[in-house]
Design a protein around this ligand. Structure first.
Ligand code: ASP
Length: 580
């Protein structure tokens, strides 16, 4: 037996027992008469003691152990003379009688400590060493708990986990497909699923009633901040449901997860329409842990000679709590920040709300105290606040102010990772106009149903049609999204038509789904949660890479196994492929 206990097991009560432990050498300390070794495994650290006087050979052997050597020891649990209150095994140590080196180790390229000296790239290259570090291991354990609790909860609600295939045909979720050539069908290709969307709908036609799957999805997109080409969804679908049923079940799941992982009770799941979110927060995934709601100022700012505002489509501001304490330099920094190309504002007007009730603005030349008072009213500013105002084209200026709002919240410490503020955003538009291709795209995906009472509008004003589509937002991140689906062939055909598919194209790509709809498809709908993001947020962080065992870098590479990589001429020939 290589071990009787783990390195985190032994306590005061074990004193006197003879035990075996196995693990990695965290460090050795040679104090002359005594040599101490910290032995580490997944469960903790135990101190091993070697005595030069009583067992010289063994002690000499111990002194030669390098960092990360894999060893096994046998010895007696004894009380430590100087206890270490910081670790659970700190009362005891092992008086070693036998030492076996199971494997030696090269010196690791970075320290295996909570705070390591290794940079991102190096840690990715040696991810298996990085995983030995507590923070990474803890993240993986958290992820395991989240998956387990998800399965427990959904099982308790009669959901059935069904696996769906990875080698499929395109399921459009708005990204590019990863393509897999077929050897047996030369010249033909599978696509990896961007999601199991069509399969889960077919499972509803198949009468499974409540489906879920913790599943990998693949999307070939340019990797903007914190995206991965393969990521994991908690994918769900239900039959005979309306939007309300789905929101209820998944509030339940979210409550259960936040309670079991973070021991926090979530009382409310407020709701907000998409239009309201855009108007009030400038984006469709607002962080509602703090205020700074948008106040639209056109009516109270476009009556004077200030042409910047007069010529703008939208003038909009936020009141920054306590912001009047910002120095001139702080404000200049903010102005530079909004003018960065990533944000793209042309400038920023500000108003200081002084403690005596007066206002001091950067546009005092144009606006009097009454005007500024109206701005304060509209942005709900209090004395001591700073009003920041941007202007320009509606969509652009909303995005800019939204970015500024988040930046300020960050600076002011208003984004407390221990606080959880979920929000349903509902009534998404069905379609979205794409300037590049000059046509409408499905905002969610092409299987989302228009609100039944708005189907007629599809012909006259497609952009105004709303869907029973919803996102679950948590702390300013979209953690889930779904919709009520189309379940009849005619509406699905109409939808494809509006998305610019010819009848033949629609049939070639999605004939199987439209056929299935002719065999008694029940009304159905569903949702998918992004598991990576959810676990990151519940873990108090926002970087999903830290919660994935073997993530890819920003260029989509796995730097550890060095993939993607060229394939041999033989493999190419077998697949009937030529590369440039
Ligand atoms: N398939 C959708 C997605 O991946 C989720 C859904 O509509 O259920 O976003």
């Amino acid at each position: 037996m290589l071990r009787t206990h783990h390195c985190g097991d032994l306590r005061h009560g074990h004193i006197g027992e003879v035990v075996s432990l196995s693990g990695w050498v965290q460090k050795t300390r040679d104090l002359g008469g005594m040599t101490f070794v910290d032995l580490r495994d997944r469960y903790g650290i135990t101190q091993l003691a070697f005595n030069m006087d009583t067992d010289t050979d063994l002690c000499l052997q111990a002194r030669k152990l390098g960092r990360e050597y894999v060893i096994q020891v046998r010895g007696k649990v004894i009380e430590r003379s100087s206890k270490n209150k910081n670790i659970p095994t700190g009362d005891i140590e092992i008086e070693v009688q036998e030492l076996n080196v199971l494997n030696s180790a090269k010196t690791p390229p970075f320290t295996i400590e909570d705070q390591t000296d290794g940079g991102d790239d190096l840690r990715m290259q040696y991810r298996y060493l990085d995983i030995r570090r507590n923070p990474v291991r803890e993240n993986l354990v958290l992820r395991h708990r989240l998956s387990t609790e998800t399965r427990k909860y959904l099982d308790s609600q009669d959901f059935i986990e069904v696996e769906t295939p990875y080698l499929i045909k395109s399921t459009p979720e708005g990204a590019r497909d990863f393509i897999v050539p077929s050897r047996m069908n030369e010249g033909q290709f599978y696509a990896l699923p961007q999601s199991p969307q069509t399969f889960k709908q077919l499972l509803m036609v198949g009468g499974m009633d409540k489906y879920f799957q913790i599943v990998k999805c693949f999307r070939d997109e340019d990797l903007r901040a914190d995206r991965q080409p393969e990521f994991t969804q908690i994918d769900c679908e239900m039959a005979f449901v309306e939007q309300e049923d789905i929101l209820n079940v998944f509030e339940g799941l979210t409550r259960h997860l936040i309670k079991s992982i973070n021991n926090v009770d979530i009382e409310n799941f407020p709701r907000m329409t998409y239009d309201e979110a855009i108007k009030t927060y400038g984006n469709d995934k607002p962080d509602i842990r703090f205020g700074m709601k948008f106040g639209e100022l056109n009516a109270v700012a476009q009556h004077k000679d200030f042409n910047v505002f007069n010529n703008a489509e939208l003038v909009v501001g936020i009141a920054v709590p306590g912001g009047n304490s910002f120095s001139r330099k702080d404000i200049d920094k903010l102005i530079d920040w909004v003018k960065r190309p990533q944000v793209g504002a042309l400038g920023m007007v500000y108003v200081r709300c002084n403690d005596d009730g007066s206002y001091k603005s950067s546009v005092d030349k144009f606006y009097d105290q009454d005007d500024l008072g109206n701005w304060a009213k509209t942005t709900e500013a209090n004395t001591g606040d700073l009003i920041c105002v941007l202007s320009g084209k509606t969509n652009e200026v909303r995005a800019q102010l939204s970015a500024l709002r988040m930046e300020l919240a960050e600076q002011l410490g208003l984004r407390n990772p221990k606080e959880f503020a979920p929000l349903w955003v509902t009534d998404f538009p069905l379609l979205e106009w794409d300037e590049d291709t000059q046509r409408y795209h499905a905002m969610h995906h092409p299987f989302t149903a228009p609100k039944p009472e708005q189907i007629e509008l599809l012909d006259t004003n497609p952009g105004a049609v709303k869907a029973n589509a919803y996102d679950l937002v948590l702390n300013g991140n979209e953690i889930g999204g779904g919709s009520i689906r189309i379940h009849d062939k005619e509406t699905q055909a109409l939808m494809f038509n509006h998305l610019g598919f010819s009848e033949e194209e629609a049939k070639a790509q999605f004939g199987f789904l439209m056929n299935a709809f002719e065999y008694g498809a029940p009304p159905h709908g569903g949702i998918a949660f992004g598991l990576d993001r959810l676990v990151a947020i519940l873990g108090g962080q926002e970087t999903i890479r830290d919660f994935i065992a073997f993530p890819k870098n920003n260029s989509g590479r796995d730097v550890m196994i060095d993939a993607p990589a060229p394939i041999s001429k033989d493999q190419l020939d077998e697949l009937g492929l030529k590369t440039k």
